[in-house]
Design a protein around this ligand. Structure first.
Ligand SMILES: [Zn+2]
Length: 393
């Protein structure tokens, strides 16, 4: 396999080997071999990064690899589809000037590419061969595309009833689709049974996925002329963007680049809101709740892996959790469309949350606010047509 060095100036950089720490038992591991969880079955987190300062930006690189010096990789990237450096556009929302971060304009149409690209480069560095993943949505499409670009065999486990459009995107990248009948839990069990055949490259378990999403913090800071916004709203299922933002801003703060952190608001569909259940209960861990179907399928996560870490990040930022009802999502989707932003229903939850926070005074028009739009509307065009009452003729 031949790889092209995209950031040759970094090729000779020496790196200390990153380490993982188990969130359950505290065991430490060197991040120099394939690993997706601790021997105790707990999830792993990367040790805090070394910090990042503006002098390390490779300004000529119009992708997230402009921040390569701040990533815990051993060398320059060996696979990229040009991910990152997405537009930050200003639009008026109910009288407020708001910055919309178009993560929907990634190579596979969702924010996942930020995490996938860095995760896959790490896995290549530690010698991973064939991989598998479980996702019926944007993460599956993302990992299938990056595995194709890297020449790595990829198998994606999906529920038998997964939406056709997303399955087509996964299969078009050449990934093997394994359709599993039954519940989401049945899919998870099929994945765990396959770990002897290939490496479980799970975007929800791999700490390097969050190492990738932290570049969202760097980008917002740079695109706002090296300032941080007051507020950031993010549709949240597992919370990888919240954790990436926390990690990125932490590194900027430790480098003396910023003095304050933005408030982070995790936006959830009220029908399936694990973080909201814990937040409302004042808990720092999972609180049982009733999960119902939601049109925001990308954030319908009944059991997030890093729930304690996400709740801590939200509290540390002085932000919170916002829930939006099913009835609020379609009007937000329509309003975003009318300002030129065609996104999937999951992403529209952030628009609905912004309306709430403006109305109750939590966010004011004199503040700088960023709304992260996580997925493109073309991924769910049929569903959007139904929601907005747009005919097919
Ligand atoms: Zn452990």
């Amino acid at each position: 396999m031949e790889f092209i060095s995209l950031v040759p100036t970094l090729a000779c950089r020496t790196m200390t080997i990153a380490s993982f720490h188990c969130a359950v038992c505290g065991r430490a591991y060197r991040a120099d071999h394939p690993l997706w969880r601790c021997d105790c079955r707990g999830h792993l987190n990367l040790a805090p990064g070394r910090g990042f300062a503006r002098g390390a930006i490779v300004a000529a690189e119009a992708s997230l690899w402009r921040y390569a010096a701040g990533l815990a990789l051993a060398g320059p990237p060996r696979v990229s589809l040009g991910e990152g450096w997405t537009p930050l556009v200003r639009r008026n929302w109910r009288g407020a000037e708001v910055h919309f971060k178009l993560e929907s304009q990634m190579p596979t149409g969702s924010f996942k590419d930020r995490g996938t690209a860095v995760m896959l480069n790490h896995l290549i560095e530690v010698g991973v061969g064939p991989i598998h993943e479980d996702s019926s949505g944007n993460a599956g499409a993302s990992i299938a595309a990056y595995a194709a670009a890297a020449g790595i065999l990829c198998r994606v486990y999906v529920p038998a009833a997964a939406p056709r459009a997303k399955l087509v995107q996964i299969a078009a990248a050449g990934a093997e689709l394994r359709r599993i009948s039954g519940t989401r839990q049945d899919v998870t069990e099929a994945v765990l049974a396959a770990t002897d055949e290939s490496f479980y490259a799970s975007h929800n378990w791999q700490p390097y996925f969050i190492e990738g999403t932290k570049t969202l913090a760097f980008e917002l800071w740079e695109q706002l002329n090296f300032r941080v916004p007051d507020n950031i709203l993010v549709p949240t299922g597992y919370g990888s963007n919240i954790l990436g933002l926390e990690r990125g801003f932490d590194e900027l703060e430790r480098s003396g680049e910023i003095a304050v952190r933005p408030r982070l608001f995790a936006v959830q569909a009220a029908s399936c809101a694990a973080f909201a259940a814990a937040w409302t209960a004042g808990a720092d861990r999972f609180v049982p709740f009733e999960a119902k179907p939601t049109v925001a399928d990308g954030i319908a996560t009944p059991r997030p892996v890093r729930i304690a870490e996400v709740l801590a990040a939200l509290r540390h930022s002085r932000g919170g959790v916002v829930t939006v009802s099913e009835e609020e999502i379609a009007p937000a989707l329509a309003a975003l469309g009318r300002i030129g932003l065609f996104v999937e229903p999951t992403a529209a939850t952030a628009g609905a949350a912004l309306t709430q926070l403006l109305c109750d005074g939590t966010i004011t028009t004199d503040q700088t606010t960023v709304v992260v739009l996580t997925g493109h509307g073309l991924k769910a065009a049929d569903r959007i047509g139904e929601l907005l009452g747009i005919g097919g003729e």
